[in-house]
Write a protein that binds this ligand. Structure first.
Ligand SMILES: Nc1ncnc2c1ncn2[C@@H]1O[C@H](COP(=O)(O)OP(=O)(O)O)[C@@H](O)[C@H]1O
Ligand SMILES: [Mg+2]
Length: 312
């Protein structure tokens, strides 16, 4: 149930979008949709492009709260840097705080936390620059996957089935900033679980036409199929419970999306948490919300309510 009834209770809302990260275009697409939905529900919402413009507007007292739909790291809006700035200005905002945002952006450290709690995540070896990747591959075994530890949108991610393809996979991942990560390739199904407040949305089973859910399948091809709920009965319930545990373990808050692989024995493996997931018309969280009877406008409203941190 919605906590807020009157849109005036939100005050003037900045919808922070765009910015300078690699995911700028996706963020703008999400942001324009969010803005239109909030305005349609009577919220006094305004678009702001990027963090510098947002901070200027906040310091001038123009906004009461922020709907954050910026995507990306290095001060891109999703990695805790913006969250820290907003905390210091005492401006409420949607989604996870400093810790949850920063931890989720770092896949290696997310996995360490899950491991320490006994939550399932594929076996991994962190690969700092210059690491012996062949020794790491012997430890993991083939097939494996190589990815940048702190990127998104499947960029730089390669599945490696044989040693001869390892160097090329590492060279590709190294094109992106930061450390790399090598993990066991889970062969099976890919699922994602949206979280909204304390509500876990039905899982989505992602069935790409190609070998895996790469950048092309995410943003270009329109032949990826989405099945929601992705599982049924007990197995669906346990996937949802695991996803919420994984989200809570990273100190995440408000809303987000947990990516999971399910192997052929039916075991779930946690991949990562996204703290400002896409909100375009074809994004995953809106699809899962719709299946739960939460339309796009209501979804945006409920995400905005998370800016009250339970004290509304
Ligand atoms: N251990 C793994 N086993 C199988 N597939 C994986 C594994 N890790 C990642 N993938 C595939 O690569 C995609 C991107 O990986 P992910 O860790 O979610 O990073 P991001 O979405 O931030 O790029 C996933 O959606 C999945 O298709
Ligand atoms: Mg992912």
């Amino acid at each position: 149930m919605s906590k807020i009834q009157d849109p005036a209770q939100f005050g003037r809302v900045a919808v922070a979008m765009g910015g300078s990260s690699a995911e700028r275009e996706v963020s703008l697409d999400s942001g324009r949709n969010v803005l239109a939905a909030l305005q349609a529900r009577g919220v006094d919402a305004h678009a702001i492009d990027g963090i510098p413009a947002l901070l200027d507007a906040l310091r001038a007292g123009h906004f009461a709260r922020v709907f954050n739909i910026l995507h990306g790291q290095h001060g891109g809006g999703e990695d805790g840097v913006l969250q820290g700035a907003l905390e210091s200005l005492h401006v409420p905002y949607t989604g996870s705080g400093v810790l949850g945002s920063a931890l989720s952006m770092d896949k290696t450290r997310s996995k360490r936390v899950w491991q320490s709690l006994g939550l399932p995540t594929p076996k991994f070896v962190p690969l700092p620059r210059g690491a012996d990747v062949h020794a790491a591959a012997r430890e993991i075994g083939f097939p494996l996957i190589v990815k940048p530890a702190c990127e998104g949108s499947s960029v730089g991610v390669t599945r490696v089935f044989e040693e001869k393809d390892l160097d090329a996979a590492v060279a590709l991942a190294e094109k992106y900033p930061g450390d790399l990560l090598m993990e066991t390739l889970i062969e099976g199904d890919e699922l994602t679980v949206g979280i909204l407040g304390r509500q876990v949305l039905p899982s989505i089973l992602i069935v790409p036409k190609g070998a895996f859910y790469d950048y092309n399948a995410k943003y270009v091809a329109d032949d990826t199929r989405y099945i929601c709920p992705g599982l049924e009965g007990e197995v669906e319930a346990s996937l949802r419970a695991l996803s919420l545990e994984a989200f809570d373990a990273l100190g995440c808050y408000g809303w987000g999306r947990v990516d999971v692989m399910r192997d052929r024995q039916g075991r779930n493996w946690l991949l990562e948490v996204n703290t400002a997931p896409g909100m375009t018309s074809h994004s995953l969280v809106p699809k899962a919300a719709a299946v739960s009877g939460i339309d796009y406008q209501e979804l945006c409203w409920r995400v905005l309510e998370t800016s009250f941190r339970g004290d509304a």
